[in-house]
Design a protein around this ligand. Sequence first.
Ligand SMILES: NC(=O)c1ccc[n+]([C@@H]2O[C@H](COP(=O)([O-])OP(=O)(O)OC[C@H]3O[C@@H](n4cnc5c(N)ncnc54)[C@H](OP(=O)(O)O)[C@@H]3O)[C@@H](O)[C@H]2O)c1
Length: 241
Amino acid sequence: MGFMSKPFSEQMAIVTGGGTGIGRAFTEALATAGAKVVIASRRADVLRRAADEMNTTLAAERVFPYEFDIRDRAQIEELVRDVFERGQSIDVLVNNSGLAVPETVEQITGEGWDTVMETNLRGVMQLVRAVLPHMCRNDFGDIVNVSSQAGKHGYADVPSYCASKFGLLGYAEALRDHVRKTGTNIRVFNFCPGLVDVENSKADQTPREGFIHVANMARTLMYALSLDRNVVLEDINLYAR
Ligand SMILES: NC(=O)c1ccc[n+]([C@@H]2O[C@H](COP(=O)([O-])OP(=O)(O)OC[C@H]3O[C@@H](n4cnc5c(N)ncnc54)[C@H](OP(=O)(O)O)[C@@H]3O)[C@@H](O)[C@H]2O)c1
């Protein structure tokens, strides 16, 4: 089993949905630690602006925008090919992109259900499938999945979202068992946060009642990644007190 570690300054990360909310906080933390981070999602303008802002703050070119739709397998493969060509490694994959379609048990439409499943579950599976061979070849990698409190408990207003986030945890556990059996130096972490305030996200802002400040997600990510290579903090449940 490989225990090789690597400084963040030599790491290349992909953060899906890294232009907004939790993904942006993760990106800031990784880039501040010295990693190069490709932020990937559908809205090119949002990504470009976020990357420019973060690079200006860092006074370095470490955040790179990439337009892609996680529901499209061809676009996933193109993303992974382009990122690997740029850096010859993909060291961290943060599966953060996700959405909810609020339809109750009685309201669920085929379209709503499929949108949620294709984004939150099938997309992650396809992206992991594309990244894994590169991580295996380099014998190094961390895969971080953003599930939810709704991946552990059911809520009547978002049944399809709950199903996708429960499913994501099931897939991630199977993936963890797979990398353990193959003996590669790859760790799989899952975040299961309660409400995270992505509107009051500046350092000096106070989160709304019942929400946690998004900075806690970023700090926990960096803590989890800093552990020894043979240590996996499995499911990380963060709730407001
Ligand atoms: N905030 C919370 O309270 C909370 C709690 C538990 C879990 N979560 C999870 O945390 C993750 C981030 O959410 P957030 O709160 O930071 O909200 P957010 O700002 O809405 O982030 C969601 C991101 O997903 C991206 N995305 C959506 N559809 C996509 C697609 N088809 N292809 C690629 N990217 C796509 C969006 O970018 P584009 O629109 O540009 O594609 C956006 O950047 C989600 O998985 C969410 O379920 C959030």
